[in-house]
Design a protein around this ligand. Structure first.
Ligand code: SAM
Length: 271
């Protein structure tokens, strides 16, 4: 028995609410986000995220993996919608859209669920504004086994289409926590691990791999850098060496170097 529902019109209310997930308002009202591509949708399903809707293009190639995605969607109480390719493009807001797009329920980790005695390496991003940077950092965090990303202050949405695309699906593998600055500082008062800031005025080389126990790595905003209140709670400010005269590294590049330094001792090379 098929579980598919066919929709052909962009005026269909279900399609309209799915298209609304391209906006921050729509995502926060519905508590959901869009994930594009069969590989990323399956990854989310396999690690237990709830798929509310699965959109499949009428021209999608059928096969066992697509069937697995269908089954995961229906098992989590969702609906499978089969739509023409032009409608997939309306949803994705671009030409040559993927043939599979899912509506996935958002998930965040509360600050209070992160124990103050660690362990783990956490990236703390203050006022990150560029969703491309945030997505790249989530991808890096996933690759290096970072325990979580904390978004402090006014940050862009980790579930925006741009951030999810840049994360290459990693948004489902890295727990994300959001906090305002005061809430983070209050929580940090109970943190018993190390706190290291990545800062252009830092003096130490980033030799972090000898740190044991929990580590918070604080990274600053793309323009303003790390604020004084967050710099002040760091025991160490680290400057990644650069050629004389070089201004700064891109935030995502600096985060990748810091994350690598903090986790390298436990990493294994890809096969
Ligand atoms: N004009 C800003 C400033 O003065 O900090 C530059 C911000 S930079 C583009 C964004 C963030 O990346 C910084 O706040 C810092 O956390 C990190 N970063 C960039 N280059 C770095 C470096 N060489 N050493 C340590 N952190 C760096």
């Amino acid at each position: 028995m098929t579980t598919d529902f066919e929709i052909t019109s962009a005026a269909n209310p279900e399609i309209k609410s799915i298209r609304a997930l391209n906006t921050k308002k729509g995502r926060s009202e519905q508590g959901a986000f869009l994930s594009e591509g069969l590989r990323h949708v399956l990854e989310a399903a396999r690690v237990g995220w709830t798929i509310r809707r699965l959109l499949i293009s009428k021209t999608a190639r059928q096969g066992p993996l697509l069937e697995e995605a269908r089954t995961a969607c229906v098992a989590s109480g969702g609906r499978v919608l089969v739509v023409p390719p032009a409608l997939m493009e309306r949803v994705a807001k671009r030409d040559n859209a993927q043939s599979v797009i899912a509506v996935i329920e958002q998930r965040r980790r509360a600050l209070t669920d992160i124990p103050g005695d660690g362990p783990g390496v956490f990236l703390v991003l203050e006022d990150v504004r560029d969703p491309g940077n945030l997505g790249s950092i989530l991808r890096t965090a996933d690759a290096f086994g970072i325990s979580g990303v904390l978004l402090v202050g006014t940050c862009c949405d980790p579930f925006s289409v741009e951030a999810v695309r840049a994360s290459m699906g990693s948004v489902v593998n890295v727990p994300v926590t959001e906090a305002d600055r005061d809430g983070f500082l209050a929580w940090h008062a109970g943190w018993r691990g190390a706190t290291v800031g990545a800062h252009l005025k830092g003096t130490d080389l980033p030799r972090l791999r000898d740190l044991t126990g929990g580590v918070l790595i604080l990274m600053g905003n793309e323009q303003a850098g790390l604020s004084a209140p967050l710099s002040d709670i760091c025991e160490t400010l680290v400057r990644i060496p650069m050629r004389a005269g070089s201004d700064s590294l891109n935030l995502a590049a600096a985060a990748a170097i810091m994350a690598y330094e903090a986790t390298a001792a436990g990493l294994t090379a890809p096969e």
